[in-house]
Design a protein around this ligand. Structure first.
Ligand SMILES: Nc1ncnc2c1ncn2[C@@H]1O[C@H](COP(=O)(O)OP(=O)(O)O)[C@@H](O)[C@H]1O
Ligand SMILES: [Mg+2]
Length: 182
């Protein structure tokens, strides 16, 4: 995939397919360590230990529409190509944590891409999901949290056009300048 935000969208879909009501996504760049970490934590149904040990293999899927699962293997391959790795911790009934590391300056590291559109897409399809997105560059952080927004919106659904437009602009603005990751 050409952009890391597309991987994030794909992995968010896994969380939602696993019944998650809560999803925390973090993209953190450490310029001194020359490292980028992308992590997702959900409260979905989780995976059994033997399944976790096999899930980086492209033929492991619980979907019935297509016999090959590719989201996790492709994310793992992207990290490995950039001197990194994908770590997965999951417990059945509790949730799943995925964290991929990349060498930030690696020539093969895909750009983060349009993370604002990714966030908007996730919310448009799952307006009741509690989503928290954090983007960090060293000690600077931008945080967008759907629950904080919901208290301000007083019952207006997050998937209303003007709300989605606002979210897109807010995330785009917040992830530029001090916390920008290319
Ligand atoms: N966050 C998650 N929570 C629970 N199960 C997951 C999660 N992510 C992936 N899985 C399991 O791993 C399988 C493989 O995922 P993936 O590589 O993205 O392929 P696909 O989504 O096409 O099946 C999924 O079918 C699902 O059973
Ligand atoms: Mg998937």
């Amino acid at each position: 995939m050409r952009e890391l935000s597309m991987h994030i969208l794909d992995l968010a879909q896994n969380s939602i397919a696993a019944g998650a009501s809560r999803l925390e996504i973090e993209v953190a760049a450490d310029t001194n360590a020359d490292r980028l970490v992308i992590s997702l934590q959900d409260n979905g149904r989780g995976m059994a230990p033997d399944f976790v040990s096999r899930v980086k293999d492209p033929f492991v899927t619980t979907r019935t529409t297509r016999r090959v699962g590719l989201g996790i293997p492709m994310f793992d391959a992207a990290a490995r190509a950039c001197d990194g790795r994908l770590a997965i911790q999951s417990s059945p009934g509790k949730g799943t944590y995925l964290a991929a590391t990349f060498k930030l300056s690696h020539i093969d590291r895909a750009p983060l891409g349009d993370i604002a559109s990714t966030i908007v897409t996730i919310i448009a399809v799952n307006p009741d999901l509690h989503l928290r997105y954090t983007q960090r560059v060293d000690d600077k952080a931008f945080i967008f949290d759907t629950d904080e927004l919901k208290t301000q919106l007083d019952g207006v659904p997050l998937n209303e056009g003007p709300v989605l437009k606002w979210i897109g602009e807010y995330v785009k603005q917040g992830t530029s300048e001090e916390t920008e990751i290319n």
